[in-house]
Ligand binder design. Sequence first.
Ligand code: PLP
Length: 429
Amino acid sequence: MTRTAKPLTSPSIRRVQQQLREQARVEQQRNNRRLFHEANRLKRLPLYLFTILDQLKAKAQARGVDVIDLGMGNPDLPPPTHVVEELVKQVKKPENHRYSRKDGDVERLLNDTIAQWYHRKFRVELDPRTEVLPLLGSKEGISHLSLAFLNHDDIALVPNPTYPVHFNGVVLAGGILYNLPINAENEYLPDLQAIPRSVLKQSKILFLSYPHNPTTAVADLKFFKEVIAWARHHRIMVVHDFAYSDFMFDGHRAPSILEVPGAKEVAVEFHTLSKSYSLPGLRFGFAVGNQDVLASLAKTKSYIDFGIFRAVQWAAVKALSGPQDYVERAVALYHTRRNLFLKGLKQIGWDVPIPKATFYVWAKIPLKFSALTSLEFATLLVQEAGVVVSPGSGFGEYGEGFVRFALVEPEPRLKEAIRRIARVLQMAD
Ligand SMILES: Cc1ncc(COP(=O)(O)O)c(C=O)c1O
C-alpha cells in the first residue's frame, strides 16, 4: 500500500536529510582511503542498524542532549540477584578459568538443566547429550548455523522484516537470501504456499521467530503444525528463534515449535537468557532440537570458539533451575510499560496496534511524515526530541515506513519520551 503526503520542507527535516547524506559521504570516503579492503561478503551487508543508532545517539549526547534510548532491545532491569551471586561465587574459583570441556561437571549439568527446563515449560523431551547445545548468546548460534549449512547455491527463506541476524548470517555465509514479505495483512506470518517451486527446490533453511521482533506478532501451534508438515514434505530445515518465549501478554502462552509431533525431524529452536532474565551481557543462549543440525553447528563452532566461560555456565544453571518468579515480574513490568506507552502515543495522535507480545512497539510512521524514510524519521526523533528509536528499514526493506520502540527505560522516562515526541509531531502541523 502506498501512502502519500506532501513533501515536508521544514528546516529540521532538511537538516536531517543533509546530515544523513553527509554521513554516507564520509563513510564512502573513509572506505576509499583504506589500505585493506573488506571482503565482498562484508560489503554486501547493510550498515548494521545499531551502528547507525549509536552514531546518532553519540552526536546528540555530544550536543549535551539527555538521550532517551528506546533503540536497542537491551533490557534495563537488574538481573536476578541469585544468578549474579552465583556468577560472583564461580568467578572466584580458579578451575572455572580453564577451557570449558564438553564432558566437564558444569557442562553436563547445564545440558541436563536445559532439558529439564524445556520439559517443565513445553512438555518437550530432549536428550541432553545430543539435542541441546549451549551457545555464546543466540545471535552467535543463529549466524553460525548459516555458515554450517549454506553453500553458494543454497537459498535461505527469511521473513522480512525480521531480527537482522537472520538475514545477515545468510549473507555472511555466502548463501542466497530469499525474502518472504510479512505485513499486517498476513498477520506477519509468511505465506509458504506462495514460494515459487524453483525457489523451493534450492531452499535449505526457513527462519522463523515468534513472538516476533520487530513486529510483535505471535504464532499459534496450528501455524507451526502447517510449517512442520510443509518442511518435512520439502525437506527444509526450520530454525525457530524463540528469544521472546516468555514475553506474552494478556494471559496468552507462546508455543515451542518442538511441541509439534515430528518437529525434531526438521527443526531447531534458539533461546537466550538475554531477555527473560535481563542478562544480555552474560552472552548465554542455547539451541535445541534436531541432533544432526546441532552436531554440525557444534562442529562449526569448534573451529571458531572455545566454549562458554564456566562461571557463566554455572550462572545459567542457576537461572534456569532456580525460582522463576523473576521472569513473571519482568513480563508484568513490560506489560505495564506497554499500556502506558500505547496510551501516551494515542493521546498525542499516534494510533498504534496493541502489541500482544515482546517488549517492542511497531509503529507506522505518522502519515504527515510518510515522505521521510524510516531512517530520516528516526534521525529527526533523535535530533529534535533526543529519543532514539530503531528505523524499520534496519529490519529489512519491508520494514520501511515503520519505527520500533524498545520499552527498555523506566515509566517516567517513557512519559518524558512521549512529551518530546509530541513536540516533533506538531512540527509538521
Ligand atoms: C529475535 C532475537 N533473537 C536473538 C537475539 C539475540 O539474543 P542474544 O543476546 O542471545 O544473542 C535478539 C536480540 O535482540 C532478538 O531480538
